[in-house]
Write a protein of this length. Structure first.
Length: 351
């Protein structure tokens, strides 16, 4: 009979996440010493809970393991242990509670920054953290996209929807366990679940606030002029998880609306070049969005550049017909109707 200590249960739990799992993957998930891992794997094979599979050319001969039917019967046992540990786990201490006698509780907190615009980046004290596991990156990104704490079961279910609740919970704990002491300070536990610590800065949240301030007309002219570059960044463009794709779509809608607003406001302040840049940025975000092209046409008309306004209209008309077999709306057609009449009479002037 096998003696179940914590490493045996963790190995079985890790094996439940995949049909087969290699030795290197056990190391990656559990951060276990090689000698300990080998001993526990041998014990589990002898107990007929795991089966060893010889490696092939695809994994350079590395052995892999898979659970037997007997091993998979432990899923309910592990789920029960997880439920017990969740119910009775100690609350995560606050920073103040972590202060030891004789220390300075007002000492500055090390800055933690999460960047989601473009590639995921985590910085602690201004230095980029290297070697962070994919699972931990995904967890931090998920928490960064939500401005409130969420129940662990909801996080696990959203991040690993293709597996059982038990395996999703194991994956979540694995992602948490792989955070080092400094990085772990970014995650705070609460009665509601897990969330980012209030001291963590997320570039996406900052940009959301800027975009909303623009739409509320709370920004100065100089702030508007500098907003185009900030709003041109995509949210995790190479990530295809459903929870990322949905958020990226929300960000796309928000930033294109903000860019159109920037262009409109800068025209009012006689900044046509900056206004045109913002309008073109909006068009890049969504090439088929008519309002972005209408904004640029209005910029050119305000500048007196009628020929450029016509060129924008013609390019958009061709793109819309080619992509969707549609024509511009009457509203957009009316914008250039007078110019068309002048064009027919040969009286268009350019600047």
């Amino acid at each position: 009979m096998i003696h179940f200590e914590r490493w045996s249960l963790m190995i079985v739990g890790a094996a439940m996440r995949k049909k087969t799992i290699r030795v290197s993957e056990f190391h990656e998930v559990l951060q276990i010493a090689s000698a300990t891992l080998k001993a526990r794997l041998d014990d589990l094979v002898r107990a007929e809970l795991l089966v060893r599979i010889a490696g092939d050319t695809d994994d350079a001969g590395e052995p892999a393991y898979t659970l037997t039917e007997k091993g998979r019967d432990l899923e309910e046992v592990i789920a029960a242990i997880d439920h017990w540990s969740e119910r009775w786990r100690l609350p995560v201490p606050t920073p103040a509670e972590l202060s030891m006698p004789g220390t300075n509780p007002s000492a500055p907190v090390v800055a933690i920054e999460i960047f989601l615009m473009g590639a995921f980046t985590l910085k602690v004290g201004g230095e980029a953290v290297k070697g962070l596991s994919v699972g931990s990156q995904r967890l931090l990104a998920f928490l960064a996209l939500h401005d409130h704490a969420m129940a662990r079961v909801a996080i696990a279910g959203s991040m690993w929807p293709e597996v059982s609740d038990v395996r999703a919970g194991i994956s979540l704990r694995s992602a948490l366990s792989r955070l080092d002491s400094e990085t772990r300070e970014a995650v705070m536990g609460a009665s509601a679940g897990l969330g980012l610590a209030d001291t963590v800065t997320v570039d996406y949240r900052v940009l959301q606030a800027i975009a909303r301030a623009i739409l509320r007309e709370e920004c100065s002219v100089e702030e508007l002029s500098g907003a185009t570059t900030l709003l041109s960044h995509e949210l995790l463009p190479d990530w295809y998880d459903d929870w990322v794709v949905a958020e990226a779509e929300d960000w796309r809608q928000l930033r294109v609306s903000a860019l159109e607003k920037v262009a409109t406001e800068l025209v009012k302040h006689d900044r046509p070049a900056d206004a045109a840049e913002a309008a073109r940025a909006a068009m890049k975000v969504d090439p088929l969005r008519e309002s972005a092209h209408v904004t640029l046409i209005r910029v050119h008309l305000a500048e007196g550049n009628q020929s450029e306004a016509l060129r924008v209209f013609d390019r958009y008309s061709s793109l819309l017909m080619s992509a969707l077999d549609l024509e511009p709306t009457p509203h957009m057609i009316d914008l250039v109707a007078n110019i068309r009449r002048k064009e027919s009479s040969g009286s268009i002037r350019t600047r």
